[in-house]
Design a protein around this ligand. Structure first.
Ligand SMILES: Nc1ncnc2c1ncn2[C@@H]1O[C@H](COP(=O)(O)OP(=O)(O)OP(=O)(O)O)[C@@H](O)[C@H]1O
Length: 878
């Protein structure tokens, strides 16, 4: 044995040596035959390619290192790279912070959206999804043509091209599925062989059969796990495509993320449940459908053919009729799984959005002590979900029973019957029947043959019944998929509808001021802000009609003309900003505004300051990212300067630097949030800025400085405020008073008319001042009455704590009240004196200051006396 192996080894060595000799001789001869120049040139070429390859490798390595370094930096600063074609490269922490994974995100082409709009807004009539025009379809989800149309429409997004990654993954998945079918066939045959050898007592063949079985097991295990892996990959790939598509449609310049909730309402409590939950379930179900339908289908074809060969045409007819009968029974008796799943998804969404609401408003709820009430809301919503889930599972009981009865027990009994055909009816028994007829008489051998055929056929029948069963089970999967499909299709159709502003169903008349009745025009490249005969309407959810706040409003703000929009609460001041920003529609008239939002354009500071996730830097430069900031040539020191101007210079040091990440909405105080919003304004330096109650929590000394800074930076301010004291920073004033004779009044601040108003206000003030003496007398009366009142049992009354009584005896209290009254009177006299002086000198600066004081007074008065408002409106249009 040892000698044999040595012999084999030396033979192998000889072969290798011969091989090496042959090729070295060949090279040597070739070299000898070539000229010196050729050799020199070849050597040079070789050396150059080695050097170039080395240099290439070095550069690649360097690039990779720089890229990794850049990735780390971008992760730290919460930033990304923006490319010219609109795509972005983002880095996400992968295994560890040091090796972030690079992801390139390409935005969906506008033409793709246009091409798809037809699928979602004008579905074919035959699908029964509406009349072929908007509104978006709302059919009962189920196995019908609508489902087919919806699924194919989504497939156009999930697999955009035949050579896309998703198509490749599906192909790979298909190959493995076929492989598994083939393996099932091989296993069925091998099973029969093993039993035959066992019955025949052929030990050698039996052992060989077992060895093959184990080998097949390894391959089958690999194939099965690859099928699962590829299924998961397909599901993730589908989800990625759909999620990016939806994000591009949801968060675009048309502000669909706002409109879909505030104007359309087609998605109920929110798009979040659709995008996070329903989409995931849809993709998992769609990827699974391929294997749960595709694989059994292939199995059924292959196994039927095999059984047809061995059991004959009668068996095949029996099998096919069995499928048809089973499918129709199950289809008839199955509950509406699609609808059940769709409504379950909706209730899950409602429950989830209540939780999200609780998190977003945790502080406010905690202050109010509203935990119990919120718990009741949550429990109520959960009970609705739970009830529906019970209903859904109950519906499953009957279906599962039926399914088990038919697929497990009836089918196997039927299988035994079919397997016995060659034995009892050999004339109808295919190959098996022929063999049976041929071998009649050879008793012992035939029994073993029968056993082998029976085992093979039984396994094939089992596999077939399994495939058929899975096919039948997938009726349920398919119905559930129909539910998810309808939800995802509804989401995309609604987004397309909102994006196209297509609310008007053909042939249907729209209600006045409904979303189908928007006829105003927008001009987006105007150097100024202008409204021309625009009604201020609170839009209602489509298709209801909105409610009118102001019938028709006209105004214009040019560069340098600062405007203050004032009026009582709820009159529609912010509504004007919403119309100009494009959040609310312009139902009639013309709205003109600068094209860009941000730098050199227009910016809106909302009433509730918003703080994004990310670093401190992100808060100042929002909505820019760090990459945009660098592109604009701004550095951290510029941001520090901006913060200083907003009186927040201490923030980077206090919070630990620009890259610090915190939950900023909880970290910053109300006033700080507002000052941060002003800092954003100073960073972006727009030409026009809407400030909606943007300084209400800022102390008045800082407020003035902030206004002056903004104006010095060339920002034209349009302030929405109830504070008349802000007048002095503005040139024009738009006063809204929908209940007055004129619903609004637009006038220059400091004009004769306005002075007239101020004088009238002064007169009213003086009248009130004259009443102070009367109040004093009345006060003394009340004091005297109180002193006379004797409260029965006051001696036994609960003892007043010492800290209350200290220095609070009647005399002291009276004295204090006297002093307070004196102070109030003195203050009012002082105010009146100032007003009179201002009026007399008519000096502009003094006048403004006096105006401010009046403003303070007016504010206080407005709260108490409804009559103490500005004069009649004149409806001046600039
Ligand atoms: N999304 C909405 N849905 C329904 N009504 C709304 C909506 N937003 C605002 N409104 C209504 O529109 C009216 C004007 O609101 P707006 O926010 O413009 O008031 P405002 O004058 O700015 O008040 P405030 O001084 O309190 O901020 C209010 O009556 C309000 O209830």
């Amino acid at each position: 044995m040892a000698a044999q192996s040595t012999l084999r080894q030396s033979a192998a060595e000889e072969i290798i040596a011969e091989f090496l000799d042959k090729y070295s001789n060949l090279i040597r001869t070739k070299l000898r035959n070539t000229s010196r120049t050729t050799r020199l040139l070849s050597t040079l070429a070789l050396a150059t390619s080695v050097i170039l390859a080395g240099e290439g490798a070095r550069r690649r390595w360097k690039r990779k290192r720089a890229e990794r370094e850049q990735g780390r930096k971008l992760v730290r600063t919460n930033s990304w790279l923006q490319h010219k074609d609109g795509s972005r490269t983002i880095y996400v922490p992968y295994r560890d912070q040091d090796r972030p994974a690079k992801v390139v995100i390409r935005t969906t082409n506008v033409h793709t959206f246009e091409a798809h709009r037809r699928l979602y807004l004008n579905p074919p009539r035959v699908a029964g999804l509406g009349d072929g025009h908007v509104p978006a379809p709302q059919t009962k989800p189920g196995l019908n043509l609508a489902f087919l149309h919806q699924f194919l429409s989504l497939l156009a997004i999930m697999i955009p091209r035949w050579n896309s990654k998703e198509a490749g993954l599906l192909l790979g998945h298909g190959v493995f599925l076929m492989l598994r079918t083939y393996m099932s066939l091989v296993v069925a045959r091998l099973d029969g062989d093993i039993v035959r050898d066992l019955v025949a007592g052929n030990g050698k063949m039996f052992l060989w059969g077992i060895t093959k079985w184990c080998g097949l097991g390894c391959v089958a295990a690999y194939v099965n796990s690859m099928i699962k892996y590829l299924e998961a990959k397909v599901s993730i790939a589908f989800r990625t495509r759909l999620t990016r598509y939806i994000h591009d449609l949801y968060l675009n310049d048309n502000l669909n993320f706002y409109k879909v909730h505030n104007l359309d309402g087609g998605l109920g409590s929110g798009a979040d449940q659709f995008i996070t939950q329903d989409l995931t379930q849809f993709c998992a179900a769609a990827a699974n459908l391929y294997s749960s339908l595709g694989k059994p289908f292939v199995d059924i074809c292959v196994f039927n053919y095999q059984l047809y060969r061995s059991l004959g045409p009668l068996a095949l007819t029996g099998l096919l009729s069995n499928y048809i009968i089973t499918a129709s029974i199950l289809q008839k008796l199955s509950p509406a799984f699609g609808r059940l799943k769709a409504i379950e998804g909706q209730r899950e969404g409602d429950f989830r959005s209540l939780h999200a609401r609780l998190i977003a408003n945790a502080e406010e709820i905690a202050f109010y002590g509203g935990a119990d009430t919120e718990k009741t809301f949550l429990n109520k919503q959960f009970a609705a979900l739970q009830g529906w889930m019970h209903k859904s599972h109950k519906a499953n009981i009957r279906y599962n029973m039926l399914q088990d009865l038919i697929l497990k027990y009836s089918w196997s009994a039927y299988g035994y019957l079919l397997s016995s055909l060659p034995v009892f009816l050999p004339a109808w028994g295919g190959l098996g029947g022929k063999q049976e007829q041929a071998e009649r008489g050879a008793k012992g051998g035939r029994e073993r043959g029968r056993m082998k055929d029976f085992i093979t056929n039984k396994r094939l029948l089992l596999a077939l019944s399994d495939a058929g069963g899975r096919m039948m089970y997938s009726i349920k999967d398919l119905s559930e998929l129909a539910g998810y499909t309808s939800r995802v299709y509804n989401l995309i159709a609604t987004l397309h509808r909102v994006d196209a502003d297509e609310y008007n169903a053909k042939g249907r008349r729209s209600e006045l001021y409904s979303l189908g009745d928007v006829r105003g025009a927008r001009q987006q490249n105007f150097d100024g802000v202008r409204l021309e005969n625009v009604p201020v309407i609170v839009p209602a959810l489509w298709p209801q009609s909105g409610s009118e706040l102001i019938e028709s409003l006209s105004m214009m703000v040019r560069r340098g003309d600062h405007l203050l929009i004032s009026g009582a609460n709820g009159v529609g001041k912010s509504a004007i900003a919403r119309i100009i920003a494009g959040l609310w529609p312009a139902y009639r008239g013309l709205v003109s505004r600068p094209e860009h939002t941000g730098q050199d354009g227009i910016m809106f500071l909302p009433q509730r300051p918003y703080l994004s996730i990310g670093t401190l830097r992100d808060q100042v430069i929002y909505p820019d990212g760090e990459a945009d900031m660098r592109e604009k040539g701004k550095r951290d020191r510029d941001l520090r300067q901006v913060l200083q101007l907003a009186h927040l210079g201490y923030l980077p040091d206090r919070e630990g630097g620009w890259d610090t990440r915190k939950e900023w909405k909880d970290v910053l105080s109300g006033g700080e949030k507002q000052r941060l919003a002003i800092a954003r304004l100073l960073y972006h330096e727009p030409h026009y800025a809407f400030i909606d109650e943007g300084t209400s929590a800022v102390s008045s000394d800082v407020e003035g400085l902030l206004y002056d800074t903004c104006k010095d930076r060339g920002i034209t301010l349009i302030t929405i405020s109830t504070r008349a004291s802000l007048k002095k920073y503005h040139t024009f004033n738009l006063t809204l008073n929908p209940d007055g004779a004129a619903q609004w009044e637009f006038q220059r601040i400091g004009t004769e008319t306005e002075k007239l108003h101020a004088r009238r206000e002064l007169e009213v003030l003086r009248e009130r001042l004259a009443q102070v003496d009367k109040w004093k007398a009345r006060h003394a009366e009340i004091e005297a009455e109180l002193a006379r009142v004797w409260v029965e049992g006051s001696d036994e009354a609960v003892e007043v704590p010492a800290y209350v009584t200290q220095g609070a005896d009647e005399g002291v209290v009276a004295e204090k009240e006297e002093v307070v009254t004196e102070e109030v009177v003195e203050e009012e006299r002082e105010t009146a004196r100032t007003e009179t002086e201002a009026e007399e000198t008519a000096d502009e600066a003094d006048y403004q200051e006096a105006q401010e004081q009046i403003g303070h007074e007016t504010e206080t008065e407005t709260e108490t006396e409804a009559t103490f408002t500005t004069g009649e409106g004149s409806g001046v249009v600039v």
